[in-house]
Structure formats: structure tokens, C-alpha cells
Design a protein around this ligand. Structure first.
Ligand code: PEP
Length: 250
């Protein structure tokens, strides 16, 4: 069954003490009566404490990235096995900041996805077009290519551990958001693209999150669209009141 999900990507924000404070606030403020999965993605160094802190809550912990290799001479990198060993079961892969600032290609993201799935992790797979792609009316092509090259090699059985996050790059951290109709149009296209390759059951069951300047005042309208199953939230995930308000809008 398709799940409603609200996930917060904290990026490179919050030290150890601030992480603990925000988690405490979220435990207090996130709605208890909403049928949705909540996820937070603090930085690597705070993941272990976040897992412990959230142990008896309905808030899951995700990493923001990982390396595709099992282990070895990759200074500064973190493997799927390391994440699993501290209780992290979910990882965000392919975020546009990883793609644009750290040179992650569809091929690298495909390999990271394979490594995560091999370790039975859930993947929040991010993708989305740049502003120029949309201006050139090439956004559907770009999204289809990212899906095909990054994800469409996986086996059917692995789809139960995939969450898609459509994040138009022009809407991330800019205050500009896709209109609810633009989000719905793309999410429907994504679901149709998954259906063509993997069939209707997988397409109907996969959760597709929208990301890009979701705030308390626009969340409800975006989440009301039939193919939008929740959100991946950046800036607004750093304030407990805002994240809780967005979570309530689901
Ligand atoms: C993100 O980085 O995934 C994101 C959606 O950021 P923001 O909500 O700040 O646009």
C-alpha cells in the first residue's frame, strides 16, 4: 500500500546539541493522530544519537548520502554497512546538491542504490529537472532519463524499499515552489513511467514525494494532489513548528 511520508533533510545543519534539541521538540510536536511515516535526516555524525533518541517513536532516521563501495580506501566516506550497524535503515540518494556540487551522475547514483538495496535499506531516490530544462520544455525527458539510468535496473521485488522524491532543482531552497498542478502533472508522469516499465501494481504502490520549498502555508494544497504522497522538506525541516505543521497537512 502506498504510504504517506513527510521527511526532513537537515543538510549540513545542527550540531550534536542542536540535533538533540530539535529531536526533542519534534517528539513533542509531530502529530500523533496522522497516518503517515515521519523521517528525519541529520548529518552523519549525529545519526547514531538520533537513532537512540527516536527509538520508541514513529520517527525514522535517514542518512543524507552514502558511498557505493562495501568498504576500502575511500577517505571520508560512509558505507551502507556502517549505517546499518548503527540502526539507520533509510538513505537519501541522488539529492540535487549531491549531483551538482559533488559530481554524482546517474551511474553513481545507480551504484549507490544497488549498495543500499543489497543491505536491505530503504532508498529515498531524488531527481528533478533544472530551470533551463523546464524553460526548454525538456523536463519530462530529463526526469525520465534520471529514473531510467539511476533506478530502472532494479528488480521488481526491491520496489517496496524505494521512495521517489521529485525535486525540481529550481524550487529547492529558492522559496519558489512548483504549483500544485505542476507537481501533480509531473508526479502522474512519473507514476505512468514506472507503470510502463514495472506494471501497475508497483506504480500504484510507490510513494512519490514532492520537494522544493514546501512550507506550512503551501503544504496542504500540494499534498492534496492525488499523486503526491508527501514531501521531502529542506529549510522548513529545521524548525520544529514548521515541520510539525507540514506533517499535520498530510
Ligand atoms: C531539499 O533540499 O530536499 C529541499 C526540498 O529543500 P527546501 O525545502 O529548502 O527547498
Amino acid at each position: 500500500m502506498r504510504q504517506k511520508i513527510v521527511a526532513g533533510n537537515w543538510k549540513m545543519n545542527k550540531n550534536a546539541e542542536e540535533t538533540e534539541d530539535l529531536l526533542n521538540e519534534l517528539i513533542d510536536k509531530l502529530p500523533a493522530d496522522v497516518e503517515a511515516q515521519f523521517v528525519v535526516a541529520p548529518t552523519f555524525v549525529n545519526l547514531a544519537s538520533a537513532v537512540q533518541h527516536l527509538e520508541f517513536t514513529n520517527i525514522a532516521v535517514a542518512a543524507q548520502n552514502m558511498h557505493q563501495a562495501e568498504n576500502g580506501a575511500f577517505t571520508g566516506e560512509i558505507s551502507a554497512d556502517m549505517l546499518k550497524s548503527i540502526g539507520v535503515e533509510t538513505v537519501i540518494l541522488g539529492h540535487s546538491e549531491r549531483r551538482s556540487y559533488f559530481g554524482e551522475t546517474d551511474d553513481i547514483i545507480a551504484k549507490k542504490t544497488d549498495a543500499a538495496l543489497k543491505h536491505d535499506m530503504t532508498v529515498i531516490f531524488c531527481f528533478g529537472e533544472e530551470l533551463q530544462d523546464r524553460k526548454d520544455n525538456n523536463h519530462f525527458n530529463v526526469v525520465e532519463t534520471q529514473l531510467r539510468d539511476g533506478l530502472f535496473h532494479i528488480e521488481d521485488k526491491n520496489w517496496e524499499r524505494i521512495i521517489l522524491a521529485y525535486e525540481p532543482v529550481w524550487a529547492i531552497g529558492t522559496g519558489e515552489t512548483a504549483s500544485p498542478d505542476q507537481a501533480q502533472e509531473m508526479h502522474a508522469f512519473i507514476r505512468e513511467t514506472v507503470e510502463k516499465k514495472f506494471g501497475s501494481e508497483i506504480a500504484e504502490n510507490v510513494s512519490i514525494l514532492y520537494g522544493g520549498s514546501v512550507k506550512p502555508d503551501n503544504a496542504k494544497e500540494i499534498f492534496s494532489k492525488p499523486d503526491v504522497d508527501g514531501g521531502l522538506i529542506g529549510g522548513a525541516a529545521l524548525k520544529a513548528d514548521d515541520f510539525a505543521a507540514i506533517a499535520s497537512a498530510i
